[in-house]
Write a protein of this length. Structure first.
Length: 332
């Protein structure tokens, strides 16, 4: 690929992390350690490089650890506001239990494990515990880890789920062996993702599964002209790397895992992306909760949303998209 002055991408997402640009440090590929020149600059002023060795795009100059830590400590308070009050917990439990009946990723995991009853599931970067609640309702023994203190507090005390406020390699010995490690919207975040993947592999039982759900870096292509068109480099600017199917294959060989499933699906969630997020009103949550308890109201609301989306031209079958990668790898 040609080198030169990196192309600066236009702003799209209103959530622009405020990095200390004077404290940036050079970074090689976080997977294969290849060294490559930046080709693009994101709207948050961080440069992006493409690794021809393992097929990933990555942030080539890294913010300070303190900057990144500050972002994740306030992740669910300011960056992606969520009501994590104790009073919301009961409502969340009911809503997520219903969602567990239709979650396709949970169903695939269950099928490949021969059912979830009695299986031990770890969710890395679990947030406030949505996937863990679903897995628990299907009979699994669940545990999680996350860096957000507010999310961990909510999961532990509001939902009754054991969640460590830690990265995986620091708490893996306390967690012990598991049947599956789930990494939904995680691999794109760590400074050293390979260390977390190696830690996940180390605690998998024989035949255990590693599940990923992450933005599909293959959509950016391998050159500047295709990459600058991809919306993934202009949203969710806390992401530090973007893997492709080629990266998954490279990692499966590096980690000595077999690929059970590798799919691309879905579209980016861009609704309201141009405005800064606001904490959800409790009155709105209360109204939705009441509506959900009245017969047919929830169904009627979904039908109305579908019709409105069709009229606006927003109705897209997620199975036809390719913005996300979904991968399941198995321990030998």
């Amino acid at each position: 690929m040609k080198s030169g002055k990196p192309c600066v991408l236009e702003r799209l997402d209103a959530r622009i992390p405020q990095w200390d640009l004077s404290a940036l440090t050079k970074r090689d590929c976080p997977f294969c350690r290849g060294e490559h020149e930046p080709l693009l600059v994101r709207p948050d002023s961080l440069p992006l490089a493409f690794c021809s060795g393992c097929g990933c795009w990555y942030v080539a100059q890294l913010p300070s650890v303190s900057d990144i830590k500050r972002l994740y400590e306030g992740y669910y308070c300011s960056h992606r506001p969520v009501d994590l009050s104790v009073t919301r917990a009961a409502r969340v439990l009911e809503q997520v239990r219903r969602a567990s009946e239709t979650d396709w990723q949970l169903k695939i995991l269950s099928r490949l494990l021969g059912g979830l009853g009695g299986k031990r599931i770890l969710d890395v970067g679990c947030g406030w515990g949505r996937f863990l609640v679903m897995a628990r309702s299907a009979g699994a023994d669940v545990v999680g880890c996350d860096l957000s203190p507010g999310a961990c507090e909510f999961a532990n005390h509001g939902l009754g789920i054991t969640v460590y406020q830690s990265d995986l390699h620091s708490c893996s010995s306390a967690i012990g062996d598991v049947d599956a490690v789930v990494m939904r919207d995680f691999v794109e975040h760590p400074i050293e993702p390979l260390i977390d993947l190696q830690a996940a592999r180390a605690i998998l039982k024989p035949g255990g599964l590693l599940l990923w759900h992450t933005p599909n870096g293959e959509e950016a292509g391998t050159n500047v002209e295709t990459a600058k068109q991809w919306v993934g480099f202009r949203v969710d600017l806390e992401h530090l790397q973007y893997v492709s199917p080629r990266t998954v294959n490279w990692l499966s060989r590096r980690l000595d895992l077999s690929i059970e499933r590798l799919d691309a699906f879905g579209f980016p969630g861009l609704h309201g992306i141009e405005a800064l997020p606001k904490a959800r009103s409790r009155s709105v949550d209360w109204a939705r909760d009441v509506a959900g308890r009245i017969p047919y109201v929830r169904t009627m609301a979904k039908v109305l949303q579908s019709v409105t989306a069709e009229i606006r031209g927003e109705c897209r079958d997620p199975r036809l998209g390719s913005y996300h990668l979904f991968a399941i790898l198995r321990q030998a």
